[in-house]
Design a protein around this ligand. Sequence first.
Ligand SMILES: C[S@@+](CC[C@H](N)C(=O)[O-])C[C@H]1O[C@@H](n2cnc3c(N)ncnc32)[C@H](O)[C@@H]1O
Length: 373
Amino acid sequence: MKTKKVTIGSSEIDVALHRGANYGRSPLFWASLGEYPVYDVNAYRMMTTDRVRTSKYFNAVNKFVSGKVVLDIGTGADLNWTLASVEAGAKKVYAIEEILESYEKASAKIIDLGLEDKISLIYGKSLEVNLPEKVDVCVSEIIGTIGSSEGVCVALADARKRFMKPDAVMIPERCATKIAAVMLPDELYSSSGFDDRPFPLVGLIPMKSVEDVMNSIGYPFDCRLCISDFPQTNILSTSGVIEDLFFDKEIKSEYNFETSLEITKPGRLDGFLLWINLWVDLEGGVIDSYNQQTSWAPVYFPAFGDGVSVIAGDEIEINCEMAPSSNGVNPDYKLRGKIKTTGRDIEWKFDSFHQERRFREGHLYKKLFPLHT
Ligand SMILES: C[S@@+](CC[C@H](N)C(=O)[O-])C[C@H]1O[C@@H](n2cnc3c(N)ncnc32)[C@H](O)[C@@H]1O
């Protein structure tokens, strides 16, 4: 197996390499990126050119912002919803961005466009800054590959309390995270690793996603995984919902959801696939990160080590506890449950941490990050 040496903080680790058979169309592992401050020009390009996403946001902005005072949390380098708000006739837009380089690019763009009077750009985390007035509309896209993973619950609860008028509109309105039992595609099971080539059109590199995420925290850890282009044939069960967030109601920072899945075909149960259903505006239709090509890749939870044989009719009970990690914003997820298979129940558990110093725990992470050679 080929590996690449990568420097993470003061450590050097080996990362396994995998070459996708049909690059850009066959399944690939990625580190889940959005919940770390690693947005670069390629990441913003991927989001800005994601028409499934932008068309829903542009429609919602056009519907709600005319003549209003707007807040855009996490405007990014491209100022997408801020500029759309100005175009749609907003009275004033406050835009907040926490990554310095992105803030600086956005700032230069505002000056270039001569929009300094209309847009007030603020550098920092929304939780740590103040606004001079309350707003009528709050727009944000800090929705993770798991709905809450980018810290949307803590950030929007704070925005609702400190920045918004009582009847202010929140965009987006709802995000549900779905879950199904899966068998890893053969190519990722037999050769688990990350591709080190730039992804077609957007230029992001799966291998670099691992390096960037770990370096943003400063030490090696079992980063959350995504799989792009996950084949439908490897989904073994019905789907359930493990998180359902309504942003126009009270937003809590901790949730507990229960669901159960029915196995619909026999196979080797390796783990779970999680993907989002996002309603930017409840009347505007849903964005589905598994069934549509979007900039959110589905998450893979390798919950079952070497795999468990299941047959149609088996049932999987899932309890998912979500609560902020030690940084107070981005959640950890603790899943517990039972596989109810013929004649016996198998208890299982899986934890997905944001930045815990745990490395090479479990079968798959040992394959992805083999010991130094
Ligand atoms: C997924 S990107 C979206 C960028 C842009 N709004 C768009 O949708 O095209 C999220 C952006 O929000 C920023 N961000 C996330 N949480 C934030 C917060 N609480 N305060 C300020 N910026 C935040 C990130 O740095 C990143 O630039």
